[in-house]
Design a protein around this ligand. Structure first.
Ligand SMILES: [Zn+2]
Length: 267
């Protein structure tokens, strides 16, 4: 970082122009010490400034392209980049329901506070540990793979909502769901976008039901949870521009969407 004091000591100021940085021979006139302090100056290309042009600040991106300076460009340049993950478009896509997407992201990362992850309980009371069981089926402690959707309760919900979309080959095991996501997360086909909505909504409402039973003693039936999922997805579909998709007729009929309710696609 070139500090203001160092800049001033070198004879430059905020009003200095590009031309002020060149000597009469058209060479950079950086102070000699700066080449040691900022080796990047050694390889700096020399583009003779035109007296006809105003100086402007540009940002050079990682590919060396000149961009308009913006916080977005800076962020792209300095952020840590990882290998793209296969399920990214499964979670975040233009028609997604954000709170469901966040939930699905936690499920995929196995970051939910399921009973199998509560080590603090294990270290505490053996009695608590023995009493702990899945609030949906009362069988053993719950976990990510149990809730989505091996659990006897959750698997019934999953079977019900799965019948609304083309996911017959996907079982209630997390491995099967994970394999489906790997294969279809990038798809923009309408029927597969609906699959993504259904899967995310199923994880959201099953987790909500689990928590309601655990902390509020409120209880819904398989049918009620199924209806919550179907109604939420149906409402979202009403915001889509469905016309023109090859699956239009099938989706409208399957989800019983009144044609007059179809608006323009927001995204
Ligand atoms: Zn269960």
């Amino acid at each position: 970082m070139i500090t203001p004091r160092r800049t001033a000591n070198a004879g430059f100021n905020l009003q200095s122009s590009g031309a002020d940085l060149l000597d009469e021979n058209g060479q950079w006139k950086w102070p000699q010490a700066w080449y040691d302090l900022y080796p990047v100056l050694i390889g700096l290309s020399l583009e003779l400034p035109s007296s006809q042009l105003q100086d402007q600040t540009v940002w050079k991106d990682l590919e060396g392209n000149h961009r308009h300076f913006s916080s977005l460009e800076v962020w792209h340049s300095i952020r840590t980049r990882d290998i793209p993950i296969s399920w990214a478009n499964m979670v975040w896509f233009s028609q997604c329901i954000p709170r469901h997407s966040f939930q699905l992201w936690l499920v995929i990362k196995n970051k939910l506070r399921t009973q199998d992850q509560l080590k603090v309980w294990e270290a505490g009371s053996e009695t608590n540990l023995r009493l702990m069981c899945c609030p949906l089926c009362q069988h053993d402690r719950d976990s990510r793979d149990h809730l989505f959707f091996s659990c006897a309760f959750a698997s019934q919900v999953w079977t019900n909502v799965k019948a609304m979309v083309d996911m017959a080959s996907v079982t209630e095991s997390w491995a099967s769901i994970s394999a489906w996501m790997d294969q279809h997360s990038n798809s923009k086909r309408l029927d597969q976008v609906v699959c993504k909505l259904v899967l995310a909504a199923a994880t959201y409402f099953i987790w909500q039901e689990r928590n309601n039973r655990l902390f509020s003693r409120l209880e819904c039936s398989v049918i009620q949870v199924t209806e919550k999922i179907k109604n939420t997805v149906r409402l979202r579909l009403m915001d889509f521009k469905l016309q023109g998709h090859v699956d239009y007729n099938r989706v409208v009929k399957k989800w019983q969407i009144p044609v007059r309710a179809l608006n323009e696609d927001p995204g």
